[in-house]
Structure formats: C-alpha cells, structure tokens
Design a protein around this ligand. Structure first.
Ligand code: NAD
Length: 357
C-alpha cells in the first residue's frame, strides 16, 4: 500500500497542509489510488514536543514511507536557540539522511496570474520550465573548505567545487527521464570555459545523452542562462545543473512567476522516493489567520502523485482544478489583482476540491 509521511511543520504549515490533504483525499478516492498517510513532527513543533527538530520516530517513519509531504518549518519562537537545534536543521538533516540528491523546481506561470510577474505578460504568460538541481554535492559540500590565515596575516576564504562522474550521471539521468514526461528537451548549464569541474559535467551529461536519443540536449554557460531566463524564459523545458548554479537559477526562475505561494518543489533519491514541499517558508507573519495560499502545497501533492506514484492522470486533475479555480477568479491575498475575488486558505482549498468534481 503506497504510504506517505505528512510533516505539517510550523507557522502556516498546518493550515496549508490541511487543505492539501483535503484535495489528496478526494483524488485518492476518485482515482482509487489506495494512498495512506500518517502525521509526524518536524521543525519547531518537534522541538517543543521532543526537544529535537528531527525526532528519531519521524526519521524512521520517513525512511519507511514511499513519499513525504512537507508544509514548512521554522519561526521566531525558535530563532534564539542553539544553531544545531533549530527547526531548519531538521529539514537539512532529513534531506541528507534520505539521500535526496535531485531537487526539482518547476516554474509554471498560470496565464491567469501573468500580471503577478515583474516581467511583461507576453514574456512569461504560459511559462512552464523545470529546473533539476543537484542537491548533495558540488561546492556546498566539497572539501577542503574554510578560512585560513596566510603567512602575511591576511585571511583567505576557500571552498572546493567537486563532482564525481557518478554524481553527474545520476542527476543527468533524472533530468533526461523527466524530459521524457515533458517536451523532451534538456539544457545543461555549466561554466566549462573556466571551471574544469563543469567541463567534466558537460562531458558526462553528453555521454549520458547517448542513452536518450529521443531527448534533445543543449548546453549553455551559466551567465548566459541567467540572462536568457529573464529575456526569453519560455525557450526552456528542463534545465539541469549543479548545486550552486541551481540554487541561484531556481530562485531566479521562481521569481519569474511573481508569486511564492504558487510554487511546489520535490527532492528525490535514486529510487524516485521523494520529499515534496512548497518553495515558501512558514510565513509566521500570517500564520493562523486563514490568509495563506495553500496552492503551492496542493501542487506539491500533485508533483508527488506524478514523480513518486506515477499517477499522471491524478496529478493533472489537481493541476487542472487549480487552473479552474484561478479561472473562476478566486485569489488568496498574495495573488489578488483587480477584478478577482479574495478568499481565505480554507475557501481556496474547498474551491480546489469542488473544481475536482
Ligand atoms: P517565508 O517564505 O515564510 O515568507 C516570505 C513572505 O512571503 C512573507 O511575507 C510571507 O507572509 C509570504 N508567504 C510565504 N508563503 C506564503 C503563502 N503560502 N501564502 C501567502 N504568503 C506567503 O520566508 P521567511 O519569512 O524568510 O521565513 C519565515 C520562516 O520560514 C523562517 O523561520 C525560515 O527559516 C523558514 N523557512 C522555512 C522553509 C521551509 O520550511 N522549507 C523555507 C524558507 C524559510
């Protein structure tokens, strides 16, 4: 029986998760998916209940589950405690423990929300790209790293950008496999003209591409990719890149859509098991007020159905329902614009459930 661990977390986490689960329950029934789920603690709520941000029971359940659906963690209440015990440490620890090396960040702009972007509507309307970022290697983890004192007393900071062939191969395969579910185009982003590590990256991705003759591969330097993302973002389908470039480009791509409350994400391991979560945080400023946008979490549930459970029809049903609700003019405060109708978190969730019928 496919089983999910639910980590609602802190701040707006429980509110948005409640709506995502209402949507998931309806889809579960309609498509006879047989999904089951159980709740566990992560982040600040886990610190309050168990003294640590990632309790052993949560980790054990997450390891045993097929997928994890996460709300958000953190908040001002836990900011003054010792760094190693903060809520966000729970998040980093669970990602590392589960070996979630592939981070998928779609940037999809519903045409109804084109006005929310800082770019011209004709440039971004209908945008639909997917960034595949390597999440457990590269310069964020490479050794040696540190700050040292030179002989002349000057301080010098240094990090190491390092990728093994096998690390590049597995993330490239994720990108090519995902491209097959989309428009069969992969762009690999590197800085091969300057950095040897990305020269190898480019070579290995090109080798892997031979196993995917039906997918078109192209390459771009990261500086050009950053520029093209704001110039003509609709040219992209799947973008695959390393940890550092992916961090920056995925935030840039996210901002193209203008609304953080709309963006889901996934982090996958080698077997396709994944943790799915909205890109936003716990929004303590609006927690408990029934104003948070639950759509990013609802769309994270759709990603989970697609990528871990291979239930494309069910995933699309959720995405279409979200589109329908936007067509009907319903908006939470963060995506409100002239001529639309403001609704709260609960009403938005209920509207999506209704739109599934
Ligand atoms: P945030 O994403 O929580 O909030 C930034 C702004 O966006 C706020 O004004 C917030 O009200 C708004 N916002 C966010 N999500 C929204 C939604 N669904 N609907 C409507 N508005 C929304 O980022 P922050 O304020 O920098 O961080 C707050 C807390 O969240 C911190 O403790 C931070 O560490 C944590 N955080 C957690 C995650 C995570 O769990 N993955 C990610 C980022 C930040």
């Amino acid at each position: 029986m496919p089983h999910i661990v639910i980590l609602a977390g802190d701040g707006i986490g429980p509110e948005i998760m409640e709506q995502a689960l209402a949507v998931l329950a309806r889809v579960n029934q309609r498509f006879e998916l047989g999904l089951t789920w159980e709740h566990h603690l992560l982040g600040g709520c886990a610190i309050d209940a168990a003294g640590v941000p990632l309790p052993p029971a949560t980790l054990a359940a997450a390891k045993a589950a097929d997928a994890i659906l996460l709300g958000a963690v953190g908040g001002p209440r836990w900011e003054s405690i010792e760094r190693s015990l903060r809520p966000e440490r729970g998040l980093l620890a669970i990602r590392a423990e589960l070996g979630l090396f592939a981070n998928l960040r779609p940037a999809l702009l519903y045409p109804q929300l084109a006005a929310a972007s800082t770019l011209k509507p004709e440039v971004v309307s209908g945008l639909d790209l997917l960034i595949v970022r390597e999440l457990t290697g590269g310069i964020y983890f490479g050794q040696p790293r540190g700050v040292r004192i030179l002989d002349n007393g000057e301080r010098e900071g240094y990090n190491t950008d390092v990728y093994r062939e096998t690390e590049i191969q597995r993330i490239a395969r994720v990108a090519f496999d995902l491209a097959r579910l989309r428009n069969r185009r992969v762009l690999s982003v590197d800085k091969a003209n300057v950095l040897e590590v990305t020269e190898l990256w480019k070579e290995v991705v090109t080798e892997v591409a031979k196993d995917y003759p039906d997918v078109q591969l192209s390459h771009m330097y990261v500086d050009n990719a950053a520029m093209q993302l704001v110039r003509a973002p609709k040219q992209f389908d799947v973008i695959v890149t390393g940890n550092l470039f992916g961090d920056i480009l995925s935030d840039e791509a996210a901002m193209l859509t203008g609304s953080i409350g709309m963006l889901p994400s996934a982090s996958l391991d080698a077997q396709g098991k994944g943790m799915y979560e909205p890109c936003h945080g716990s929004a303590p400023d609006i927690a408990g007020k029934d104003v948070a946008n639950p759509l990013a979490t609802i769309l994270s549930a759709a990603m989970m159905l697609r990528y871990t459970f291979h239930q494309e029809a069910a995933a699309q049903a959720i995405e279409h329902a979200v589109g329908k609700v936007l067509d009907q003019g319903w908006r939470t405060a963060d995506i409100l614009s002239a001529g639309t109708q403001r609704v709260g978190t609960r009403e938005m969730g209920a509207a999506v459930v209704a739109a599934l019928e």
